[in-house]
Design a protein around this ligand. Structure first.
Ligand code: ACK
Length: 304
């Protein structure tokens, strides 16, 4: 798609256009603060809507290196990844230009207050969960870059007009990394979603994303935030509670009461079981994301 101000050859936007589109980064156009920077809504002269992320200032890495990486990341296209159109440099300030996602984040849809909360019925939740799994499977297994996202959570899943999920901020953690090793000194993740081996030792493999995905899947079924949910004084989070219910053979109790009786029991229990496989404390025992996709779709059995 051609966008006003974007040089398709280089992937660069003209600063003039970005500035005009966001009305000079007017606070009224601010969508929110994400990891790595502030996001603004912008409307280009041709009417297309974009989301502009103004990156917080970065320390060492030179702009040139950064731009090479951006070029590779923007080449990654998948229906479940937020499209990165290009970037823009003005002085030492860097901007990333993304497709605009009409329905904000999954976090808002599930846990938002009043006007922000959406009613997500069971088929929508199922579609969202499978979509996230597909996006991650692509990043891990199919993309040439083999990206580990490192910060999968409901705020990093955005919903388009039709409530299809797309993963945002992929590749950014990689850009932030100074050395290229498996043991990371800078852990980029969020409490409540981080795999234990990554949180404790900085040991990073794509199985860290599988763990985070499992937490997200549980949140989708339960309609509750992992860390904010305390079923009672004995259990501190949703995941703990799910493990207790699994032992009691009562996983259905986890399903969001807002769904009433309007959901597919078999699919719901399957989603919880897959989530629990994904959150296994041992990374080697977690499935990979393409196996998760086929389990979620009922194409392969869930081995407990
Ligand atoms: O739930 P939200 O409105 O959706 O709050 C966050 C906020 O910016 C910080 O990340 C929103 N956001 C991020 N990227 C986009 C995008 N491409 N389109 C629309 N909103 C976005 C996100």
């Amino acid at each position: 798609k051609e966008l006003q101000g974007l040089d398709l050859q280089t992937g660069f936007f003209k600063y003039r256009q970005i500035k005009a589109a966001t009305n000079n980064f007017d606070a009224a156009n601010k969508l929110g603060e994400g990891g790595f920077g502030t996001v603004y809504k912008g409307i280009l002269l041709d009417g297309s809507i974009i989301a502009v992320k103004k990156l917080s200032s970065r320390s060492k890495q030179g702009n040139r290196e950064f731009v090479t990486e951006i070029g590779m990341i923007s080449a990654l296209q998948h229906p479940n990844l937020v499209r990165l159109y290009g970037c823009c440099i003005e002085g030492n300030q860097l901007f990333l230009v993304y497709e605009y996602m009409e329905n904000n984040s999954l976090s808002r849809a599930l846990f938002g207050s009043g006007e922000h909360r959406l009613t997500l019925d069971w088929p929508m939740r199922q579609n969202i969960c499978v979509g996230i799994a597909r996006g991650l499977a692509f990043l891990h297994e199919e993309s040439t870059l083999k990206i580990v996202h490192r910060d999968i959570k409901t705020t990093n899943v955005l919903l388009d007009r039709d409530l299809n999920p797309k993963i945002s901020d992929f590749g950014l953690a990689k850009l932030d990394e100074e050395e290229n090793t498996h043991i990371s000194t800078r852990v980029a993740g969020t409490i409540g979603y981080m795999a234990p081996e990554y949180a404790l030792w900085g040991y990073l493999t794509y199985k860290a994303d599988v763990y985070s995905f499992g937490v997200v899947a549980l949140e989708i079924v339960a309609g509750k935030n992992n860390m904010k949910y305390r079923p009672n004084e004995n259990y501190v989070c949703l995941l703990d509670w799910a493990l207790v219910l699994q032992q009691r053979g009562n996983l259905m109790e986890l399903v969001d009461p807002k769904l009433g009786s309007e959901f597919n029991k078999e699919e719901a229990v399957r989603m919880i079981k897959v989530a629990l496989l994904c959150t296994n404390p041992s990374p080697a025992l977690r499935p990979n994301m393409s196996a998760v996709v086929s389990m979620l779709k009922g194409q392969t059995a869930v081995h407990e």
